[in-house]
Ligand binder design. Structure first.
Ligand SMILES: [Zn+2]
Length: 263
């Protein structure tokens, strides 16, 4: 079989198998429940199927580009572990309130590093064939803009990544918001999906986080307050239970509608 060239560096052969499109730490909770180690996948016809791991894909990356993703993911696996337990890490996180909305301020996180990570998710989903069913595809120009940014700035080891991050320039400039639920629910883990809501809005539902990503200026003024487009401290609104469920319900109906409309 003729293997393609690595999607990231566009130089080496894409010989890596089992590349995660979404890092494991943003989905593993889905597979741990009282009912067993599985999750329910809803396919394009609305049919449900048990799955045991989150999607992987062969031959999209070379070994060293896979390693570069692994380096930044290792960093963010630790970050997300703390974020899930933010009340016990007051050195890292502040809680502030605007109106009646609580939000987290990440005091020790370099915003450039966070953008590198978020863009790595947005880009991988776009090049993956697994999410093509959900019509998740960035315009070619933006996909290439993110690719060159990632290729230039993802490093092969932790020390180089951290020591060069402050010099990173020409960061692609997009609105994106990360939302976290206030509580955990024993009977509802959350959803694991990615799809394009409209021409300019992309959504990632990552079990206990939801990310909205915009490729133009169409962000809702209320959400705009929580956008991380600027290079300030990263902020994360905390969603009350009722709103979190409403948001998940909306996502599910969007997924099913998208699927129905293709029939
Ligand atoms: Zn490569």
């Amino acid at each position: 079989m003729c293997k393609p060239t690595c999607y990231l560096c566009k130089i080496e052969i894409a010989d890596k198998k089992n590349s995660h499109i979404i890092p494991k730490f943003l989905g593993k909770e889905l597979f741990i429940s009282d009912l067993g180690n599985h999750a329910i996948q809803i396919d394009r016809d609305g049919k449900c199927k048990k799955i045991q791991t989150i999607p992987k894909e062969d031959f999209i990356l070379c070994v060293s580009c896979e390693k570069r993703f692994e380096i930044i993911e290792t960093f963010f696996a630790r970050f997300f572990t703390k974020l899930r337990d933010f009340e016990n890490f007051t050195d890292n996180f502040d809680i502030r309130t605007l109106g009646n909305q609580n939000y987290i301020v990440c005091k020790k996180l370099n915003p450039k590093l966070f953008k590198l990570f978020i863009y790595s998710l947005i880009w991988r989903l776009s090049i993956s064939t697994h999410f093509a069913n959900q019509k998740y595809k960035l315009p070619i120009k933006i996909e290439e803009e993110l690719r060159t940014f990632l290729d230039r700035n993802l490093k092969i080891d932790h020390t180089s990544l951290i020591s060069t991050i402050n010099e990173v320039e020409n960061i692609p400039n997009y609105d994106f918001c990360l939302i976290k639920p206030e509580n955990k629910f024993a009977d509802f883990k959350g959803m694991h999906s990615a799809f394009q809501i409209s021409k300019s809005i992309y959504l990632l539902a990552l079990v206990d986080f939801i990310i909205f990503f915009y490729i133009d200026d169409s962000i809702d003024p209320v959400l705009k307050i929580y956008s991380n487009k600027q290079n300030n401290d990263i902020i994360i609104p905390i969603s009350e239970d009722e709103r979190w469920f409403a948001l998940n319900k909306l996502i599910l109906s969007k997924i099913l509608n998208t699927q129905q409309s293709r029939k």
